[in-house]
Design a protein around this ligand. Structure first.
Ligand SMILES: [Zn+2]
Length: 191
């Protein structure tokens, strides 16, 4: 699906875009066994798609893009812990935070659980329930046509490997009581 919005950025701005990126992490995803990761994804992927559809339906009238165009202009990147959703709409700076609100409304966090490990650690290897944590980052980056004739996105704002290292580094710094390193403005929410 071609996005006129993204094509114009690629054509006129050499792909350069201002972006808001919502990282949605599945708590404990990497610690789970592969079979349980698949089980969790069966619930997680529809959650992302339902939330994006809700966002597009709610906001299609506020931006000069129809529903299909709006949906094709929002990029999703698979990360090691979940998904990063990339918004590149200058005329809609609150898109990322609006999306987090849609996620909050769509995701029903597991409330009561008989599994002691899940209750204690917020993840386990015997249930497909999951908690998610979100973080919004703001910065610049590049969009491009990828090898599958879809769109790819690059740059430090959306670089999830770099983010993992930063979060790890921060964790170490917090451990010794130092100030956190400089990084893009973020918003942490756990759902
Ligand atoms: Zn369990």
């Amino acid at each position: 699906m071609t996005s006129r919005h993204l094509e114009s950025r690629i054509t006129h701005n050499y792909g350069s875009v201002a972006m808001h990126v919502v990282f949605i992490d599945i708590v404990g995803y990497e610690k789970r066994k592969p079979a349980m990761q698949c089980e969790v994804l069966r619930g997680f992927i529809p959650l992302i798609n339902h939330s994006l559809r809700r966002l597009a339906e709610n906001y299609a009238s506020r931006v000069p893009l129809d529903l299909e165009e709006l949906s094709s202009s929002i990029l999703k990147v698979t990360t090691t812990e979940g998904v990063a959703v990339v918004f590149t709409f200058e005329q809609w700076p609150s898109a990322a935070h609006d999306f987090v609100q849609c996620l909050e409304h769509t995701h029903v966090a597991p409330q009561r659980h008989e599994c002691r490990r899940f209750t204690r650690d917020k993840w386990c290897d015997c249930h497909g329930d999951f908690h998610i944590a979100t973080e919004v980052r703001q910065g610049t980056g590049f969009v491009y046509r990828d090898a599958n004739d879809g769109y790819g996105v690059a740059g430090s704002t959306v670089d999830f490997h770099r983010r993992s290292r930063e979060l790890e580094f921060e964790g170490e710094l917090v451990g010794v009581g130092s100030a956190p390193p400089l990084r893009p403005p973020v918003l942490h929410l756990e759902l």
